[in-house]
Design a protein around this ligand. Sequence first.
Ligand code: NAD
Length: 498
Amino acid sequence: MREVTHFIGGQKVVGTSGRFSDIYDPNVGEVQARVALATEAEVSAAVENAKAALPMWAATNPQRRARVMFEFKRLLEANMDELAELLSSEHGKVVADSRGDVQRGIDVVEFACGIPHLQKGEYTEGAGPGIDVYSMRQPLGVVAGITPFNFPAMIPCWMFAVAIACGNTFILKPSEKDPSVPLRMVELFMEAGAPEGVLNMVNGDKTAVDAILTHPDIKAVSFVGSSDIAQYVYATGTAHGKRVQAMGGAKNHGIILPDANMDQAVKDIVGAAYGSAGERCMALPVAVTVGQKTGDEFVERMLDAARGLKVGVSIDAEAHYGPVVSAAHKAKVESYIQMGVDEGADLKLDGRGHTLQGHENGYFIGPSLFDHVKPGMQSYEEEIFGPVLQVVRAESLEEAAALPSNHQYGNGVAIFTSNGRAAREFASQVNVGMVGINVPIPVPVSYHTFGGWKRSAFGDTNQHGPEGVRFWTKIKTVTSRWPEGDIGDQAFIIPTMG
Ligand code: NAD
């Protein structure tokens, strides 16, 4: 059986723990490969290699580091088809969507190509007599990234592309559910000219994660995954003296005002709710309609749109979305649908029990739609992460806007309206980190920054964009004095520079 290895010190390394995790093909529900789970010693070996590569890489001038990024971008583009197909075969998302996953990763690599500009410091000439002040952004050292299953191409790039461009060396610990694309990307990164040891990959579970969080030579950790684990990673990593950013789960709301373009809102929300089988942290699983008429019209039209979706295998070019990632996840999503029914929400469309001829063991779930979902229901308060849209009815914009603001998660939110003033006020006041105005999935472009609020993110620095460069560097400020002649005895006075 195919075995996914670690990648340490410039080469593939077969795991020695004797522990493995199965990699499934969600389209057929069968094991297609296995991945070795790292021991603490294997994580330490990766750190040693990253440490050995650090002095040379940190001293490499930024334009040379950027050249590796340019070449990596070219290789990702050249290998797009292979990467997208491999990604779909382990994740289950349709190939067109996998291409988007890879492209979003490429966008961050493209951003990292600008590192000579991005990492420039600041300079003040003449801050005092003969005194100049300048600042520089230096790499942190050996750093690590731990990523979830749902964007196996994009999210590793959020982390390692920016961190390595800044002069750090890196340990990637991808999801054990779909590690083949991360491994292939690491190979391509080496092919792009990165010296060995600059990017390492260890596969694993809690053992590997804990080894990363407690290793004294790892200076910073970036994590993306579910909230409880994000909180654990943040608490453990910071307790061990590391800089940590840990992005968690989400429950994004889309608010539809009576003056919204309903055609557009329905088209947008059907894709945002059900695309990638709802397994996106920026999916829109909650629609909040304002006013009875808007609610009735939205539910009727959304029902039609959802019924029209084609659920199919990943390679079916006509399919809107594919299977969810695992049998356990399928069971979890379906249990939330039952919970919604038990809690009294109105199940208008039930996606449970969806089977596909010839793929009866695949992890398929049809689209589900609930109306009259209410705050306080557990199925509303928690993340489902499946193809389930919950409609909440509100009477006013104030009532609607309070829902995402008061929810435990605060990743993304969207408002659909033709009233610019209402949208502007909403964007300013809502207690959520990323806002879309007539945009259903407001994932910021790579040169802006990605990150939610509340239980959607622990730590205070976001992914990519200028914030990413800040996270992966530390600032040093130098004050220099080259006076002309004797400036007298000022040693006992705090310098004020007049
Ligand atoms: P997950 O939390 O199960 O796994 C994430 C990572 O943590 C994986 O690498 C996994 O191996 C590791 N891990 C799992 N259990 C662990 C444990 N007990 N101790 C230490 N490490 C552990 O998440 P997932 O199911 O892979 O991904 C889906 C989740 O990620 C959803 O909640 C989704 O909202 C979230 N997500 C958030 C963002 C964001 O930017 N906020 C982006 C993508 C996904």
